[in-house]
Design a protein around this ligand. Structure first.
Ligand SMILES: [Zn+2]
Length: 171
């Protein structure tokens, strides 16, 4: 088993040539896979029932592909209950938001948003939560649409958070 190997290019039609035995006998296979993935500083262990991999019918060698690694990322997002890239795209379209605007509202780099949308990185649970709160709550969207910091004044009831400009201006 050579699961570290990446067969390239992934767009090539099957059967592909096996880098182990040289036979053109590599086909797509779906395997059960015990994933152990580190995310957010924690190791997550869970089963993926049908992970797509490449398998050589001649020598039995199995290869991870880019498709496998995308599937692993999707499975991790699902395991952790994180928004999938396609869902974030839909939400941006629904709210007529550009990546740049959304990134500014969330106080993250535009590059981060781009990487989430392209599946190149997985958002932290904290940022996933912020995104959800942003999308479900118009007041939150209004607050975050401003560049100004949000001040929560001590001793006031919940819901009194407002944009007041520079920290402390109205204290
Ligand atoms: Zn082979």
């Amino acid at each position: 088993m050579n699961k570290q190997a990446i067969s390239k290019p992934t767009g090539k039609p099957y059967p592909r040539r096996c880098s182990e035995c040289g036979q053109v006998a590599v086909h797509l296979a779906k395997v059960q896979y015990a994933a152990r993935i580190k995310h957010d500083g924690k190791l997550h262990e869970f089963n993926i029932s049908e992970l797509p991999i490449d398998r050589c019918a001649a020598c039995g060698e199995e290869f991870f592909t880019n498709v496998s690694s995308d599937a692993k990322s999707d499975a991790l997002r699902e395991h952790l209950g994180l928004l999938q890239p396609a869902r974030i795209r839909e939400l941006l379209a629904e709210h007529k938001l550009t990546q740049r605007k959304f990134a500014a509202h969330l106080r993250v780099a535009e590059e981060s948003v781009s990487r989430w949308l392209n599946g190149l990185s997985i958002q932290s649970r904290a940022l996933d939560t912020l995104m959800r709160i942003y999308f479900v709550n118009g007041e939150v969207r209004k607050l975050l649409a401003s560049d100004e910091p949000i001040c929560i004044k001590a001793g006031e009831p919940a819901g009194s958070a407002e944009v007041i400009g520079v920290w402390g201006r109205r204290h």
